[in-house]
Design a protein around this ligand. Structure first.
Ligand code: IMP
Ligand code: MG
Length: 185
């Protein structure tokens, strides 16, 4: 895989700006869920860095769980239609306040299918916290209750978001230069 500097067109959101916003979201969530009984659900793998950082700013007692989904009929970077659960939760969400934590809402299909599934398990409440939103790409209507940043329709990577599984570790969100990026075999 190439070094990230060789595929980076521009830094869209720098590390400091990201961390400041994550802190604000954590503070807001702490107020809204003062009573605890909160379960953060991270959608693997993109939501990991965001959820870990967010959690450190949430002062109300909370639990964490993880789930993984893949979208049907999806190209490598596009998602379409409904999603299939490949790793389910360990936690019984009945009577819990569930907050889904996602890296990005793009077409909206992933979150829409996860919400539909989790509703059937009768949580006390069910809300969405997304770091990024690409509103221009939306196909499925999904409520985003807590949002980090609304971004233009560009392919981004870093801070959980991958480019063919790489670069999730970067502390900023960058735009890919598709003329320079060479997908590995
Ligand atoms: P949706 O179902 O179209 O909303 O897809 C959301 C998923 O697609 C996200 O959880 C990401 O894994 C992936 N995705 C969408 N846009 C990007 C991007 O710009 N960079 C990296 N991954 C993306
Ligand atoms: Mg994802």
């Amino acid at each position: 895989m190439q070094n990230y500097e060789d595929v980076l067109a521009e830094i869209l959101i720098d590390a400091e700006t990201l961390q400041a916003r994550v802190r604000e979201l954590g503070e807001q969530i702490s107020k809204d869920y003062r009573d605890g009984n909160l379960l953060l659900i991270c959608i693997l793998r993109g939501g990991v860095p965001f959820m870990v950082d967010l959690s450190r700013h949430i002062t109300s007692p909370h639990m964490m769980d993880f789930m993984a989904v893949t979208s049907y009929g999806a190209g490598r970077r596009e998602s379409s239609g409904s999603a299939r659960v490949t790793l389910d939760l360990q936690t019984d969400i009945r009577n819990k306040n569930v907050l889904l934590v996602e890296d990005i809402v793009d077409s909206g299909h992933t979150i829409a299918s996860v919400l539909q599934l989790l509703e059937t398990r009768q949580p006390l409440s069910l809300k969405v916290c997304a770091l990024l939103d690409k509103p221009e790409r939306r196909e499925a209507h999904v409520p985003i209750n807590y949002l980090g940043f609304s971004i233009p329709n560009k392919f981004v990577f870093g801070y959980g978001l991958d480019l063919d599984e790489y670069y999730r570790n970067l502390p900023f969100v960058g735009v890919v230069d598709l003329n320079k990026y060479k997908p590995s075999e």
